[in-house]
Write a protein that binds this ligand. Structure first.
Ligand SMILES: [Zn+2]
Length: 548
């Protein structure tokens, strides 16, 4: 296959990359001093591999290890006063999670980032350990910043660059992970973390130290924008990259509009004009549940990163580079996407902060919000660019790999890209969490939900009387998911010592609602954390005080 070369033929640094990706990108290693002099491929400086990624150094045969990323970020921090190295938590196996904090700030602490008053953007790679293009693209972005590119961004933004979130999964390299994805042919890590959990299903239940680490980062650094970088599985379409805004119907409307009417169409046009590649909303072509063939997005539930961030009132974007583009193209497609997002956020930095602050300040008490949802069909069919692949053979395993072909055709089909509520409840003023529900209380605290001790004053409340509980037969992510049926009825309660109030008029009110309502399809009851408390005919142990 085209991208594979024997080990002894590692390409020397500069010229090859220069022809491949154009002159600007590879002001690279020249970092600060000579960056300005590097304007064309015709006048390359002496090769300097200081800030090449492992993917670049191996002509895209390999991807960076945890040690490579830590080393890259630490050297970047040693090179520039506006790059700060820190860590934001640990993996299950104790690997520190590296973070580069970039901007005009005193240091990498949350306090100095928040004190800057700038728009804070969190960029995350590698939540799925084999989906490695974001990890490489974020290192290249950091290098470009070192070289003086995007200089205007620092006026408006601070960047939190986290290339390797699922670091344990990243280190479990085999040549056969990720099936027919087109490289890196030197292998890549596995999807789950070291506990066997899919970290992109763990944002509500918080079973992993990784998910708790990122929840803590969100609470302390308070980014307004978050981008989560993946690689697709499945459909052979003709997009180099597909994307998604938060999909939960309870996402603040202004955030949805900012992305769907502003940022995403703009970024799509910019990439097409500059690079000639097509991007579109994430989807897979197929027929779901016996329905018609359509373009189906994935899921609305906040166990997924971008949906979770949406319920935290954040402008969140899912990025999915196309699995069958070459590894190099996937990295570049991801880098271009992130660059255009950051350009747009820079241009709209005040608006971004205003939208997020307004969503944090607005109360959802009394609103009728969704507890469950289902995909909704577009009003009219849309044109989807379908593609084709060429089968190649992995040079070392003999297994088939697929490479995108430059053919595309239009297929017209309905799009199922948004979700509509199928069950709603009115958001109460507050929930009373009994002291005995330790699994619930510790998780609410880890999410950053504010809790207040309850005094022993009797209050009028509502209790959810359980009619029945359905428990799924097949465990999922270590849990037997539960669905509750029943109805609310009036009650009167006197809080016991240690019971805690969780008020819904806090900034994380939407998240609180999805976590503790008994019928939420991604709540703590759904994940079985109250399983030993649930009996037909009995009340759900968390009562609520209605409001609005
Ligand atoms: Zn993924």
């Amino acid at each position: 296959m085209a991208t594979w070369q024997p080990m002894e033929k590692i390409p020397p640094a500069f010229e090859q990359r220069c022809t491949r990706a154009g002159p600007l990108r590879f002001t690279v290693s020249a970092t600060l001093a000579t960056a300005a002099a590097l304007t064309a491929c015709g006048a390359p400086p002496p090769p300097d591999d200081t800030f090449l990624t492992r993917a670049e150094r191996t002509d895209y045969r390999e991807t960076s290890s945890h040690a490579d990323v830590v080393d890259f970020l630490q050297r970047a921090a040693a090179t520039s006063p506006s790059v700060h190295y820190t860590t934001y938590g640990y993996t299950t196996e104790g690997r520190p999670l590296p973070l580069a904090v970039v901007g005009d700030i005193e240091g990498p602490s949350p306090a100095s980032v928040r004190a800057s008053g700038k728009t804070v953007v969190y960029l995350q790679g590698n939540i799925h350990g084999g989906e490695v293009c974001g990890k490489e693209a974020l290192q290249m972005l950091l290098r470009d910043l070192l070289a003086g590119r995007h200089g205007a961004w620092r006026e408006s933004m601070v960047l939190l660059i986290a290339p390797i979130y699922n670091a344990d999964g990243n280190e479990r390299v085999t040549l056969t992970n990720r099936g027919r994805q087109h490289g890196p042919i030197g292998g890549m890590g596995q999807r789950p973390n070291a506990q066997g959990y899919d970290l992109n299903r763990d944002h509500m239940k918080l079973d992993s130290p990784e998910a708790r680490s990122v929840a803590r980062l969100l609470n302390e650094y308070n980014p307004q924008v978050a981008v989560d970088l993946h690689t697709t599985n499945g459909t052979r379409h003709a997009y180099h990259l597909t994307y998604s805004p938060p999909l939960h119907p309870n996402t603040p409307a202004e955030i949805d509009a900012f992305l769907r009417e502003g940022l995403l169409p703009h970024v799509t046009t910019e990439v097409r004009d500059k690079h000639g590649w097509e991007y579109y909303y994430y989807g897979n072509a197929g027929a779901r549940g016996g329905t018609e063939r359509g373009w189906y997005t994935f899921d609305h539930r906040p166990r997924f990163n971008n949906n979770y961030l949406g319920l935290r009132n954040r402008i969140a974007i899912l990025s999915e580079a196309y699995s069958y583009a070459s590894f190099e193209e996937r990295v570049l497609a991801t880098l271009y996407f992130v660059e255009e997002i950051l350009d747009y956020v820079h241009e709209h930095a005040d608006e971004v902060r205003r939208i997020v602050a307004a969503a944090d300040a607005a109360t959802v008490v009394g609103d009728s919000l969704a507890l469950r949802a289902a995909p909704e069909r577009s009003d009219a069919p849309v044109e989807i660019l379908m593609g084709a692949t060429i089968e190649e053979t992995h040079p070392l395993t003999g297994r088939p790999l697929l490479l995108r072909a430059d053919t595309q055709y239009v297929e017209t089909m309905y799009e199922y890209g948004i979700f509509a509520p199928t069950l709603r409840e009115r958001v109460p003023q507050s929930y009373l969490i009994p002291a005995g529900l330790q699994e619930v209380l510790t998780r609410l605290a880890a999410h950053g939900i504010a809790l207040e001790p309850a005094d022993a004053t009797p209050v009028d409340a509502e209790a959810f009387r359980i009619d029945s509980v359905r428990t799924s037969e097949r465990p999922f992510q270590g849990h037997s998911e539960q669905t509750l049926f029943g109805r609310y009825e009036p009650t009167r309660v006197t809080p016991a010592p240690g019971d805690m109030w969780a008020r819904a008029d806090q900034p994380l009110g939407r998240l609180l609602f999805s976590l503790v309502e008994p019928q939420s399809d991604d709540g703590l009851a759904n994940w079985g954390f109250l399983a030993d408390q649930l009996r037909a005919g009995e009340p759900y142990p968390i009562v609520r005080v209605p409001g609005g």
